[in-house]
Write a protein that binds this ligand. Structure first.
Ligand code: ZN
Ligand code: ZN
Length: 357
């Protein structure tokens, strides 16, 4: 079981920060560190203890999914049981998830710690579990590959059946149905189908607009296997594409290839973004590429590392991330190409296999 290894890594980082214990409740972090995928519960991890605090609904599930954890049954709100959980553990510095703890929970936490003697200090921890999650284990990469293969298959399927007059919603449903029938769990994000002018909105929601010949059609989709997501974008057309399509598509593809070409062990996410962005700027579309180049993918569709302007996130082996430049022209539409990639022994490997034009 890799859970023990994950805990080992976490404890090493906590020791460096002189933190005795950490409280985790963000769902993906909780699942990553315990194996438990229920919708409610806190993990308390100390130097030699790992406790899953959850309610009646999840006791049996917790025992089965998190065998490395003691199970602590809670009743009522956080303030009812928290002291019972940490009392007597001798914690002097307690970490909590700075980005995910609500203000109300934080206030309750502070009030309760006041009651302990000596009073432990609460320490906001930001991005720690996320940084561990960014570097994948072999088994995680395998699950992402399987999810990506379903996305590849869905694009191929749509290219076979798409025809003028089909609506964006119909196309989105065909994509979703295909992936679910081939074994995807509920998909990690709503399928994007953005035809013609709608493509100028990077995250357009599928509508009842019928697709037409020659216009760009942006498809952005992902599947999920055993909790792990994939993420893929292709821009397609029916019949003969217009001249703008050819120019936009070529520019986006070349920008993507330029980014891929410079990726190696230790490069900054910001530098990779710049390689793609400067290509798009030179073609005169600088203003039309308004989002970052890519993001990590795993238990969450968007996670660390970030590939975008100014990002200092270093890309290292076993990170899985997207490379997705795009050009958006109001009135005409959009062109985006997104591939999922992994660094293996410092070499970039493209996971997505869906064809490009
Ligand atoms: Zn996407
Ligand atoms: Zn993406």
């Amino acid at each position: 079981m890799p859970i023990i290894n994950r805990l080992l890594k976490l404890r090493r980082h906590l020791a460096e920060k002189e933190i005795d214990a950490i409280l985790i409740s963000q769902p993906e972090n909780r699942r990553y560190l315990s194996g438990f995928d229920g919708s409610a519960g806190f993990l308390l991890i100390t130097g030699n203890k790992a406790v899953l605090a959850t309610d009646f609904r999840y006791i049996e599930q917790g025992k089965a999914q998190a065998p490395d954890y003691e199970i602590f049954q809670v009743t009522g709100g956080f303030e009812k049981w928290f002291l019972g959980l940490i009392n007597g553990l001798g914690i002097t510095r307690l970490g909590f998830e700075g980005e995910h703890t609500t203000f109300v929970t934080y206030r309750q936490l502070k009030e309760m710690l006041e009651k302990l003697e000596p009073k432990p200090k609460e320490v906001a921890v930001v991005g720690l579990v996320e940084s561990l999650r960014a570097v994948k284990e072999t088994e995680e990469i395998e699950l992402i590959r399987r999810a990506a293969a379903l996305g590849d298959g869905a694009v191929e399927h749509i290219e076979d059946i798409i025809h003028p007059g089909m609506t964006e919603l119909e196309i989105a449903w065909e994509i979703e149905k295909f992936m679910r029938e081939k074994g995807s769990q509920p998909i990690p994000f709503e399928v994007i189908v953005a035809s013609g002018p709608n493509g100028a909105l990077p995250h357009h929601k599928p509508s009842s607009r019928p697709v037409q010949c020659g216009e760009p059609i942006v498809l952005d989709l992902g599947a999920k296997i055993d909790g792990y997501a994939s993420d893929l974008t292709r821009t397609i057309h029916i019949g003969r594409p217009d001249a703008t399509f050819k120019k936009v598509y070529r520019t986006v593809l070349d920008a993507q290839l330029a980014a891929m070409a410079i990726i190696s062990e230790g490069i900054n996410g910001g530098d990779v973004d710049k390689a793609a962005r400067s290509h798009i700027e030179k073609a005169g579309y600088g203003e039309a590429f308004g989002h970052g180049l890519g993001h990590g993918v795993g238990l969450a569709t968007h996670e660390a590392p970030r590939l975008g302007p100014g990002s200092t996130d270093k890309l290292v082996s076993n990170m899985v991330f997207t490379i997705e430049p795009g050009i958006y022209l109001p009135g005409w539409g959009g062109g985006r190409i997104e591939d999922l990639a992994v660094l293996i022994d410092g070499k970039l490997e493209i996971i997505s296999k869906a064809g490009k034009r």
